[in-house]
Ligand binder design. Sequence first.
Ligand code: C2E
Ligand code: MG
Ligand code: MG
Length: 366
Amino acid sequence: MAYPNSARPSEDLCSIADCSAHSFDDISLLICHELRTPLASIQGALKLLGYQQSGTLSDDGQRLLAIAINNADRLNRLANALENQPTPLLTLLSSAELELLQLENDLHQAVEQQAIYLVYQPIVSIEHNQIIGFEALARWQHSHRASISPEVFIPLAEKAGLIDTLGLFLLDQACQQLHQWQMQFPAVVPLSVSVNLSAVQLRHPQLVEHIDQILKRHHIAPHSLKLEVTESALIENKDVAIRALVELQQLGIQLYIDDFGTGYSSLGRLQDLPFDTLKIDRSFIRNKNWAMSEAIFMLAERLHLDVIVEGVETLDDLMTLKELGYKKMQGYYFSRPLDSLGIARLLVRQMLDGQLSFTPELARAA
Ligand code: C2E
Ligand code: MG
Ligand code: MG
């Protein structure tokens, strides 16, 4: 279960819950006790805040308070259910829910131990046949399971309140790595790195300040960092998210709208959003939806936005997209995401040949 360090269940609870000598009823009772004691004080504090809140809390503060009250009610209902019906705990949760709880617990540890790492996928200029940058993609090699997809653990990190810590850690790693490559390969076109930002991170009041500190720490020029945000990130908390994006852009960081075409952003507002580049979602390429691919390219041109196409897997994809006008691409055809050593090898090859020659082995390399 998701506990911040200061709010972990007591050692008693952990050790007793682990001990098979105790019945589930004992455990239910103990959990009731462990729930009731902090709940009473949390509910008291929330009530007090609730009485005083009118006019003194910001919109965000009021929203947080409402969420806290709702969560305390949920815990209360759980305590009631356990008291009225001391059923074995296991029947309260499906095995899928238990598995997710276990995963969330493991994720806490993985984040704490900095076990989540980045791989990098080249973004290529077709015009110059060169790598112009990389997208940093998070990976989690679970200690006793197969590797967990970021499409699973990123939403879990958001839910567990871990995404701000994890996101900044990954951003720091990406900038550190970029600095190394820029030093090692000064002759290669100014390399950049794109890092994905979650919608939740955009709500952190100090996000911009933290990113600025990371850039300075690693001597990265702001224009070398690109931040990718999905369209859907702008749906919730639109105003807060846009304010953060504008500040990031003012720092000199370029902003990419990721998975474009899959969200529900109003096209009418696209022009007002602080983005520099559209990344067209790979589903258009997978489905060979060339009409939409062309329409998105034209839209980007009219709005003076740069455009990158993701998910280019075959030479046919590449040739068709080139004909439609696309000049920047990313996908398995060029390279799968690679570790930093794999990327350094690619850059050496590009330096020696003057340009990048992609081969089928490379596409399979990861
Ligand atoms: P995304 O940002 O759209 O990243 C592109 C995804 O497409 C990556 O999946 C990449 O491995 C995959 N991909 C690239 N080329 C091809 C191709 O030719 N064919 C196919 N089928 N797939 C291709 P991945 O690494 O599994 O990441 C999935 C999503 O998880 C990312 O989508 C992004 O939304 C999220 N994610 C990954 N790393 C991070 C992170 O550090 N922070 C946040 N907030 N989200 C992340
Ligand atoms: Mg992305
Ligand atoms: Mg994408």
